[in-house]
Structure formats: structure tokens, C-alpha cells
Design a protein around this ligand. Structure first.
Ligand SMILES: [Fe+2]
Length: 249
């Protein structure tokens, strides 16, 4: 049970001990929300300029795309769960080769997921944004930068749910502004802005990305450790969701 859900139970339903697992109305697991926008909490300018300056050093093309497409061809029904992309590069900042590999693996073998990214973390980037993320109490267990070239895209897909991660624990933080490029089907384009955090339900809803601008788009993505993030951050996320989606009062 989520830590904060347990606190809620302890306060509102003291002594309640379900004998069997029950479906929880846990915020991080709300499958009905495609995304939650937490507005105006991050300043990205400094890190954006740094990342842009060091692009060639930091990023490597995703050279395993061929493997992904081969897998998808081999088992046609899996196509929908396999991101097909072009003009997409990535750089891991925080993470581990052997753990937390959710967003960028195929579902070829759910028990032995394959890892399709350069596992070398670049821990010397994003100091400014990381400090702000820490101050918000948004503990991350995975953080990486995606670079999408002009005309680059990721075709509509659902990310495979390999391990039990809460649905809203995947996040998306634009480092620079661009025209809307992230689309969640059937909801439409997300009007994303640098400075906002988007909690993104990527293993429930079909989504796609296309960069229709002339400039490179940089985005931070990764996973929140929902068990370790602060209660303040949890409350901020819940408040943002309520405001954005008119949930509750
Ligand atoms: Fe995805």
C-alpha cells in the first residue's frame, strides 16, 4: 500500500486491516487521468543552455531501433506496445542499468526485459533542475534527457507495464518551449510549457510525440519514487490534479 494511502487509512479508518488486497483509490495509480500538470515550479533556462551547448557530448542516437522494429515485426500484436521513433536521442542522468528500466524496454520478454539504451549516466548535468526537484521533495529513481530533432517523432504507442509502477509516476519536464508535440489519444495535444511538471500516464493511454518546430526539443523524463517523495510534493500533485480536472473541491 502506498505510504500516504496508509496514512490516510490510519487517520480515517483506524484499525482497518483488509484480509485481501483491495483496489485502492491511490492518487499515483489513478488510471483515469491521462496526465497531471503541475504548473510553474521549475526554472529550466540554465540547464537548457548547458545541455544545448554539450549536445554532441551527451547524446547518442538510439541505435537499437532496428531491434525494436524487428521484434515488433516478429510478433505483430506487439507493435502497439513498441515505440517506433526517428530523430530521437537520449542521455541518462540518474538511473541504474539493472533496475528501473520501465519506459524504454520492449515487452519481448516480460520476465527478462531487454535494455535498449546507453547505461552510462551523465551525473554532471542538470544541477539546477535537480536541485529544484530535490527542493520540491520529488524523489526520482530515474532521470534522463530526451532530445527530439526537428521532424523527429515517436509513433503512437503504450509503454509496456513490465513492473508494478504507479501509473502517474512517469514524469515529463520540457527543458525548452516548443509548439505542442505530445499527444495523448483521444484527448489531444498537451500544451506543455517549460517550467511545468507533467505526471504522465504512459502505460494506460496511447501517446505519441512529434516535433514540428525547427528547433531541437529537450525533455526530462523518468520515474518518481512515490514511496519516497515528500508529503508536500504529494499534496502539490493532488491539488494540481483536482484543479486541472475539476475533481472534488
Ligand atoms: Fe512512451
Amino acid at each position: 500500500m502506498n505510504h500516504y494511502t496508509k496514512l490516510f487509512h490510519d487517520e480515517k479508518f483506524p484499525g482497518y486491516q483488509p484480509k485481501n488486497p483491495v483496489a485502492e483509490d491511490d492518487f499515483w495509480n489513478r488510471h483515469d487521468l491521462p496526465f497531471v500538470e503541475i504548473p510553474n515550479v521549475i526554472s529550466t533556462t540554465k540547464d537548457y543552455l548547458d545541455v544545448k551547448q554539450r549536445h554532441k557530448e551527451l547524446f547518442a542516437p538510439l541505435d537499437t531501433q532496428i531491434n525494436r522494429e524487428k521484434n515488433a515485426e516478429h510478433e505483430n500484436r506487439r507493435w502497439y506496445f513498441t515505440p517506433h521513433s526517428q530523430g530521437w536521442e537520449q542521455c541518462i542522468v540518474v538511473g541504474d542499468r539493472n533496475r528501473e528500466t520501465i519506459p524504454l524496454i520492449t515487452d519481448t520478454d516480460r520476465d527478462q526485459p531487454k535494455i535498449f539504451f546507453d547505461p552510462t549516466p551523465h551525473r554532471d548535468v542538470l544541477f539546477d533542475v535537480r536541485a529544484q526537484i530535490d527542493r520540491l521533495g520529488m524523489t526520482v529513481k530515474r532521470l534522463m534527457i530526451l532530445a527530439l530533432h526537428p521532424d523527429g517523432y515517436v509513433q503512437p504507442h503504450i509503454d509496456p507495464k513490465i513492473q508494478q509502477v504507479p501509473r502517474l509516476s512517469y514524469f515529463w519536464i520540457p527543458l525548452n518551449d516548443s509548439s505542442p508535440s505530445l499527444k495523448i489519444w483521444p484527448h489531444g495535444y498537451v500544451n506543455h510549457r517549460a517550467g511545468n511538471i507533467y505526471l504522465f500516464n504512459n502505460n494506460t493511454w496511447v501517446h505519441s510525440v512529434i516535433n514540428q518546430d525547427q528547433q531541437m526539443r529537450y525533455v526530462l523524463t523518468g520515474l518518481i519514487d512515490t514511496e519516497k517523495c515528500s508529503n508536500d510534493f504529494y499534496q502539490l500533485a493532488v491539488k494540481s490534479a483536482k484543479k486541472q480536472w475539476s475533481i472534488g473541491t
